[in-house]
Design a protein around this ligand. Sequence first.
Ligand code: CO
Length: 149
Amino acid sequence: MTSFDGELQALIDNMIETMYAAPGVGLAAPQVGVSRRLAVIDVSTKEEKAPLLVLINPVFLGREGEIEFEEGCLSLPDYTTMVKRAEKVAVRAVDREGRDTEIECGGLLAIALQHEIDHLDGILLVDRISPVKREFFRKRYQKARKRGK
Ligand code: CO
């Protein structure tokens, strides 16, 4: 059972603030050291406004098609890579007030949903790329860490 208490609301507000400050289009609770199935997403661009989504216990109802898109992640600074995802998804989740919501979408929102739900399952985008690219990433990232980045 999820309790929609002040603690949860504060965590959500914190995550939203962190996402906007980064700036990023999404953030999942495990990225801030909280192991809950909770993510926030806002895929707004300068040109197009999108809603701020708070998703608790999100599950896929359906996936369709395939698309490849260049993704980055707040947990992997200065790294982007092409990742294959479903082109359209349907997701059910609970919002911050405890209401059931269903989202059917494509485009950047569909990609962000898959990326953030991956985080809830402990999957990073480097787990979604080919072994060769992953090895390249590992070397590059270790070097960056040694430099204290
Ligand atoms: Co991420």
